[in-house]
Design a protein around this ligand. Structure first.
Ligand code: PXP
Length: 251
């Protein structure tokens, strides 16, 4: 079965927040993504509210008919918002105030109490819980122990090796192949533990194909590359092209 695509529309809000105005509409973006065939909408409500705002989550909850996945840190503030708005899924992610984007997976082992408490709170409220992790077996085991239903494997390092100059050199391709193996092993391990497996970060039309061949991965969360392409071809077509990039590579 082809993996699902949740489109991360954070950067539609990034453009809006650049002018603190009302356009482009996050709701309009969500509807177009769904019409183009996306299986869900993902947004990241950051502590600093640099793009997505609290009101966006409320509006999206009313409008999104497919699947609303909200990425957030495991803080009391965010738990309150999740309980109030009831997204279909919450993905717990690490957050550093000055990072440009999420820099890697959550260290569940180091933060087991806080993350465990958040997982329990969300599950008691009937929210599906995913945790964003580096493809490290011990982290996956810890996520399963504290009751997560899904792990989202961080593909950031893999993506780095597929970009520009690095990809052009033999070493980049070798490192990318190594990362694919690491992600594959992690996906098989997580699946064996009864977890659902998602993947995301830095994925593009060009590099998603290799990961789409890993049958244990059932969901991709992809944002920046789709929103970037939409500037030139429109959001509808940009989403369709990513769905094609994922599905045509399936063995
Ligand atoms: N998955 C997670 C957990 C993320 O934090 C992000 C970025 O917000 C993404 C997926 C999407 O990454 P990108 O915008 O690089 O596709």
């Amino acid at each position: 079965m082809t993996a699902k695509l949740n489109v991360n529309i954070d950067h539609v809000a990034t453009i809006r927040e650049a002018r603190k105005t009302i356009e482009p509409s996050i709701i309009g973006a969500a509807v177009i993504c769904e019409q183009a065939g996306a299986d869900g909408i993902t947004v990241h409500l950051r502590g600093d509210r640099r793009h997505i705002q609290d009101r966006d989550i409320e509006l999206l909850r009313d409008v999104v008919t497919t699947y609303l996945n909200v990425e957030m840190a495991a803080t009391d503030e965010m738990m309150k918002i999740a309980l109030k708005t009831q997204p279909d899924a919450v993905s717990l992610v690490p957050e550093k105030p000055n990072e440009i984007t999420t820099e890697g997976g959550l260290d569940v082992i180091k933060n087991i109490d806080a993350v465990g408490k958040a997982v329990k709170t969300l599950r008691n409220a009937g929210v599906f819980v995913s945790i964003f992790l580096d493809p490290v077996l011990e982290q996956i085991e810890a996520a399963q122990r504290i009751g997560a239903q899904q792990v989202e494997l961080c593909t950031g390092e893999y993506a780095e090796f597929t970009l520009g100059a690095k990809a052009a050199h033999g070493e980049g391709a070798m490192n990318a192949a190594q990362e694919i193996r690491r992600i594959h092993n992690a996906a098989v391990h997580a699946h064996g533990l009864g977890l659902k497996v998602a993947a995301g970060h830095g994925l593009t039309y060009r590099n998603v194909g290799a990961l789409a061949q890993i049958s244990e991965i059932t969901e991709f969360n992809i944002g920046h590359n789709i929103i970037s392409r939409s500037v030139f071809v429109g959001l509808y077509r940009a989403v369709e092209e990513m769905i094609n990039a994922i599905s045509k590579q399936k063995i």
